[in-house]
Design a protein around this ligand. Structure first.
Ligand code: PLP
Length: 449
C-alpha cells in the first residue's frame, strides 16, 4: 500500500507511542481529521465508530460544544495560575469539592495532575512520604498485579505488570512487586470454581506479604476491572478477600479508577461496582471526557496529616506539577461532571449495559472467541486458536493486530490487547449505534477467521 504524503511526513518526524516501530513503516498511520458524536473521520472523510472511546476516555464523545465553550471562556478569563504556595482559583476548588462529594469513600483532599501515570506516580511518592512521616520508614513496598496497567513513568510503569513496559527499560524499580492476575478464564485451574480461584489469588497476596514481611509492605494498587491487561473482570468475591488481607496487614489500598471511574462500569466509581473500598483513588481520562489532560489523586485524612508533619520538617510538601489544577482543565472537568449529573449519563450508560453485554456474549459462540467478558460499557473478546483447550495463537501470528486492521476497514476502531479485542465506546452511544458497532465486530471476526 502506497503511503500518502501526510503519512510519509508523519513517519519521518513523529515517534508514535505504543507502536511497533519495526512494522509501522509498512502499515502506515491512520491520520484523523475531525470527529462528532461517536464517530471520527480520517483525512479522506471516511467515518469510523470510535469503539475504544479514544483510549477508554472520550465518554461524552466528540464535538461537545459546551465543553469547548467552557475551555474558551476559561482561557479568556484566567488562562493559567498554579496552585503552588497557596495560590488557588475557583474551578480547582469547585472541582475538588465535587470529587469529594462523589467519592465512594471518605476523601480528605484532592491533588491534581495531568495524567493517569502522574496520578499513580504521585500515589507511590505519597505512600513512601506518609510512612516516613509516621515513623515507619521500612514499610515501603508496593504490591501491584501481573497484567495491571498503571502508566509509563518510572514508578507507574513499574506498577504496570506487562512485559513490554519492563523489558529493556530496566524496570520494575526495586520494592515494587506483582501478585497474581485474577483472570479466571486463563489462570483458573481445572475444576476450580470462581470462588476458589478468588481465594487462591487472595492467598497469593497474603503469601507475598508474609514472605516480604508485613512491616515492609506499604500499599496494594488495583484497577477495579483491569483495562489494558485485557479487560479482566475479577471473579466473584475477589476484592472482598483481597481487602481482608490488606486490612489484616495494614496495607494501604489504592484504586486506580483511571478507566473505570465516571460511569464505565455503570456507577460513578468502578470500585463501588466491584465492592472494593480503597483508601485512596486515582482518576483521569473520563474526568474531562479527554477534552483536557486532567487527573487527580484523592487521598484520605491520614495522608493529608502526613503532609503536615513533613511540611513542619522540611518547610514544604515538596511535590507538584506546573499544571496541577490547571484552570482550563479544572473548568472543563467541572463541566464534564456537571453534564454527567445533569444529563444522567451514568444512569443511562448503566441502562444500555445489558444490551451491550448481550451482544458481547452472543459473540462467545464465534469459532474464534474463547471468552467474552465485560461489565457496563466495556468488554473484550479473547480470540483463541482452539476453544476446548483455550490454546492461544502464536504471538508472532499477530492475530489481534490483524483483526483491528480489518475492523478499521469495516469503519470501526477497536484495540487489541494481545489477542483480546477490547471494546469501550463513548458512554453516549445510542442503542442503535451499539447494534451497528457489534455488526461491525461480527463482520471483523468472520473476516479474521
Ligand atoms: N491507569 C490506568 C488504569 C490506565 O488505563 C492508564 C492508561 O491507559 C493509566 C493509568 C495511565 O494513564 P496515562 O496514559 O494518562 O498516563
Amino acid at each position: 500500500m502506497a503511503l500518502t504524503n501526510l503519512q510519509v511526513r508523519d513517519l519521518e518526524t513523529v515517534l508514535h507511542p505504543y507502536t511497533n516501530q519495526a512494522t509501522i513503516r509498512d502499515t502506515g498511520t491512520l491520520v484523523l481529521e475531525r470527529a462528532k458524536g461517536i464517530y471520527v473521520y480520517d483525512v479522506d472523510g471516511k467515518p469510523y465508530i470510535e469503539g475504544m472511546a479514544g483510549l477508554w476516555c472520550t465518554a461524552l464523545g466528540y464535538g461537545n460544544e459546551e465543553l469547548a465553550e467552557t475551555a474558551y471562556e476559561q482561557m479568556k478569563k484566567l488562562s493559567f495560575t498554579h496552585l503552588f504556595g497557596g495560590k488557588s482559583h475557583d474551578p480547582a476548588i469547585e472541582l475538588a469539592e465535587k470529587l469529594k462529594e462523589k467519592a465512594p469513600v471518605p476523601i480528605s483532599k484532592v491533588f491534581f495532575v495531568c495524567s493517569g501515570s502522574e496520578a499513580n506516580d504521585s500515589q507511590i511518592k505519597m505512600v513512601w512520604y506518609m510512612n516516613n512521616a509516621l515513623g515507619r520508614p521500612q514499610k515501603k513496598k508496593i504490591i501491584s498485579r501481573l497484567r495491571a496497567y498503571h502508566g509509563v513513568t518510572i514508578a507507574s510503569a513499574s506498577l504496570t505488570g506487562l512485559p513490554a513496559n519492563h523489558t529493556d527499560f530496566d524496570l520494575p524499580i526495586s520494592g515494587i512487586l506483582h501478585t497474581s492476575c485474577p483472570h479466571y478464564y486463563r489462570f483458573g485451574l481445572e475444576g476450580e470454581t470462581e470462588e476458589e480461584f478468588a481465594s487462591r489469588c487472595a492467598q497469593d497476596l497474603e503469601d507475598m506479604i508474609l514472605r516480604e514481611g508485613p512491616d515492609t509492605v506499604a500499599a496494594f494498587i488495583a484497577e477495579p476491572v483491569m483495562g489494558a491487561g485485557g479487560v479482566i473482570v475479577p471473579p466473584k468475591g475477589y476484592f472482598e478477600k483481597i481487602m481482608a488481607v490488606c486490612r489484616r496487614y495494614d496495607v494501604y489500598m489504592i484504586a486506580d479508577e483511571v478507566i473505570c471511574g465516571f460511569g464505565r462500569l455503570g456507577e460513578w466509581f468502578g470500585s463501588s461496582v466491584l465492592g472494593y473500598k480503597p483508601d485512596a483513588i486515582s482518576v483521569a481520562k473520563a474526568l474531562t471526557s479527554a477534552y483536557m489532560p486532567v487527573g487527580a489523586v484523592m487521598i484520605p485524612e491520614e495522608m493529608y496529616q502526613a503532609t503536615i508533619i513533613e511540611s513542619k520538617k522540611t518547610g514544604t510538601f515538596g511535590h507538584g506539577f506546573t499544571y496541577s489544577g490547571h484552570p482550563v482543565g479544572a473548568a472543563v472537568a467541572l463541566k464534564t461532571l456537571e453534564i454527567y449529573e445533569r444529563d444522567r449519563i451514568i444512569e443511562k450508560a448503566a441502562a444500555k449495559a445489558p444490551q451491550f453485554q448481550a451482544h458481547l456474549q452472543a459473540l462467545a459462540d464465534h469459532p474464534l472467541v474463547g471468552e467474552a467478558r465485560g461489565v457496563g460499557l466495556v468488554g473484550a473478546l479473547e480470540m483463541v486458536a482452539h476453544k476446548p483447550t483455550k490454546k492461544a495463537f502464536e504471538a508472532k501470528a499477530g492475530l489481534g493486530a490483524y483483526a483491528t486492521a480489518i475492523a478499521q476497514e469495516e469503519g470501526l476502531i477497536i484495540r487489541n490487547l494481545g489477542d483480546s479485542l477490547a471494546i469501550c465506546p463513548p458512554l453516549i452511544i445510542t442503542p442503535e449505534e451499539i447494534d451497528d458497532l457489534f455488526d461491525r465486530v461480527a463482520r471483523t471476526l468472520d473476516r479474521t477467521l
